[in-house]
Design a protein around this ligand. Sequence first.
Ligand SMILES: Cc1cc2nc3c(=O)[nH]c(=O)nc-3n(C[C@H](O)[C@H](O)[C@H](O)COP(=O)(O)OP(=O)(O)OC[C@H]3O[C@@H](n4cnc5c(N)ncnc54)[C@H](O)[C@@H]3O)c2cc1C
Length: 387
Amino acid sequence: MPESTYDIVVIGAGIQGAGVAQAAAACGYKTLVIEKFPEAGLGTSCKSSKLIHGGLRYLESGQFKLVYECLRERKRLVKNAPQLVKLIPFYIPVYSNSMRSSWMIWLGLSIYSLFSFKKFSIVNKSEWESLDGLNLKNLKCIYKYFDAQTDDKKLTQAVIKSAEKQGADILYNSDFKKSDIQESKHIVTYIKDNKEYSTTCLCIVNCTGPWVTPTQEKIKPLLKTPAIDLIAGTHIIVDRPITGGVYYIEAADRRAVFVMPWKAQQTLIGTTERHYSGNADNLKPDETEKRYLLETYNSYFSYQLTTDNIIESFAGLRVLPQNNQSTFNKSRESLIITNAKLPGLITIIGGKLTAYRASSEDVLMKLKDIMGPPEQQKNCDTRNIKL
Ligand SMILES: Cc1cc2nc3c(=O)[nH]c(=O)nc-3n(C[C@H](O)[C@H](O)[C@H](O)COP(=O)(O)OP(=O)(O)OC[C@H]3O[C@@H](n4cnc5c(N)ncnc54)[C@H](O)[C@@H]3O)c2cc1C
């Protein structure tokens, strides 16, 4: 049974909510998580490309800090969750008509390797034939480096379990309905099994991913959140295995697409980018996106996939700040928003699965500023907690 009062109520048990709950509980704050789905990680956090990576392509848009931070977090996750986060080879083939030249990729990988202390190499020509039927015509060279793959849902559930172990209470099938202020405390109301319940807290953390705006509108006093864009990204899973590692290929429109080994004998291919303005609950992969992914795969590999090879497809929503930049150039860092008019509210917008722990640490710093130290102070350091 949840208690009647908490230090912190976290809304949403995606990777961000799980991370914040883990960090807050590890520090000694009385923490409650409210999640509308029956399990953690059923929102965006099970619909990602499932990579724990710095994001080589973010170097192109100058996001050096993000890449450095993500690579540092990748190292920690490989150490703390070796059963869930595994380094695997990544291949970048460069053809005579590739849009990114060989020297550009060499430069990017040099910076990546400097940030991660992991070397990259050029694949020997004698090994090209063994790479999953990759087209060899006009192939100039293949770069090989290492990055990590995970199961995003299982990772999120491991973090929420860790939060529970640190003392957080988690409520599933619980829909946040509203919150009001009374004597500088929030009265949080949620619906569970068609009944309405309330609990009080000093601080609310809105971690509802693509539902961030409708959630914010239920928190009184009403504050304006920064305008956001929702960008849908689709993946397909096909019934044909690849074994060599992850292939990092360029689609006809210059976007990066990953072809990744997935579970037994399957391949995960993604992702796409399209603006989405509907209700986040109704998002579905669209047929054009599926065709785009099949065509991109088919232009690189000798085996030709058809729609019959697709066994599953899914779509997730990235939350990106609304500005004049193209989707490609928009920052992938998480925005942690506070407001002097309502200090007991923190809102997280965007961010990477990979960097959840670092952004949760930043949230915790802000929570400490707002609430002071917890009654029973604990270790606080999530850097070495095993998952
Ligand atoms: C296509 C795509 C590919 C990506 N690939 C990668 C990648 O390879 N690597 C990487 O590092 N990052 C990747 N990302 C980014 C990463 O997946 C997301 O940033 C991350 O999963 C967002 O987590 P979240 O907790 O903010 O949101 P979510 O996982 O969506 O969690 C929000 C939670 O809030 C809950 N909620 C909403 N409203 C309510 C309510 N009223 N009451 C109670 N609960 C509520 C939802 O049910 C949900 O569980 C990708 C994103 C996309 C879209």
